[in-house]
Design a protein around this ligand. Structure first.
Ligand SMILES: [Cu+2]
Length: 161
């Protein structure tokens, strides 16, 4: 017998799934494989965070230098640092991609920051983001917009979560 509480819990778990398999995508850019780019639903004028796995099939390391999107006034590369009980976001100059290795951009860690959304990010749609790598050059990916889930970052004026 399935209770309402169980159903609500199941719905929450579904909403928290990073990406449905049908939407999974891998973009090839030189030696790089850009896997499962995604973001969360957000309002126009707010901020958004983008996530993906960057895999490097070459021995030479690469670096993510910058990102841009027509959906945001500007973008930054961010990481998280812990200050006491609070996790704060902090810009980084670049994100290294080790040779024959990978780097994960994920909630609570490294991420792409979309600042000043020029349009709402609507679940089920996708938003283009152009990444610029030191070796692989520029490549445009599509962030699949997921529902705002239980692990949604809170991005207020203090720029913390
Ligand atoms: Cu951030």
């Amino acid at each position: 017998m399935i209770s309402r509480r169980t159903l609500a819990g199941a719905a929450l778990m579904l909403a928290a799934l990073p990406l449905r398999p049908a939407l999974a995508q891998t973009i090839e850019a030189g030696a790089l494989r850009l896997e499962n780019p995604w973001t969360r639903a957000a309002n126009q004028g707010a901020q958004g965070a983008g996530f993906l796995v960057i895999r490097n099939t070459a021995a030479e390391p690469d670096r993510l230098l910058a990102a841009s999107s027509p959906a945001a006034q500007r973008m930054e590369l961010h990481t998280h640092i812990r200050e006491g009980e609070v996790m704060r976001m902090r810009p980084v100059n670049d994100i290294p991609v080790p040779g024959n290795g990978s780097v994960s951009l994920q909630p609570g860690g490294l991420h792409l920051m979309l600042i000043g959304l020029t349009q709402p990010l609507v679940a089920g749609q996708s938003v283009p983001v152009t990444l610029r790598f030191e070796r692989a050059g520029e490549v445009t990916i599509q962030l699949a917009v997921q529902a705002a889930g239980a692990r949604q970052m809170q991005m207020g004026q203090g720029h913390r979560h």
